[in-house]
Design a protein around this ligand. Sequence first.
Ligand SMILES: Cc1cc2nc3c(=O)[nH]c(=O)nc-3n(C[C@H](O)[C@H](O)[C@H](O)COP(=O)(O)O)c2cc1C
Length: 152
Amino acid sequence: MKSVFDYLVQGVYIVSTEFENQMAGLTAAWVMQSSFKPPMLAVSLGPTRRTAELIEKSGKFTVQVLDEIQRQVAEIFGYHSSRNFDKFSRVQWSRSEKLGLPIIEGVLGYFECELEGRLESGDHVIYNGKIINHKLLKKDGRPMRFLMRDWF
Ligand SMILES: Cc1cc2nc3c(=O)[nH]c(=O)nc-3n(C[C@H](O)[C@H](O)[C@H](O)COP(=O)(O)O)c2cc1C
């Protein structure tokens, strides 16, 4: 049945991190800019996510803007857990400029964040990160979006 939740337009992003040579990343729709000065981003993650577990330990993460043609990447990172599935062996990736975190090839750009705070939010945890670097990789791309439980 349709609800007003269906009208919340969301982007689709990859959030990644690394701790002691263990990488993790997931597809996330619950991402937003949370401050202008300093520039900050907040991501809301389920506590069972491997990526959340490693962000807690590493204190850093990236937010990568998926190109609308990267549906396959969104499915690899959104339908499997890094605990038992090597997502990064299924995509091309390189390292971010400042923090050296994994960046998926083909994304429109990325933000590198240092964890500033966490807020319990019902069954999720909001991780608030200070943006220490951001990089545009494609000028004419269109970001992937998620609406009414469908991709477009
Ligand atoms: C379109 C889409 C959006 C998603 N958004 C979020 C989100 O905002 N927060 C979250 O915790 N999980 C979200 N997920 C689910 C995670 O990507 C999924 O549980 C993933 O397997 C967790 O991987 P990990 O255990 O390697 O961290 C989303 C999945 C999809 C397909």
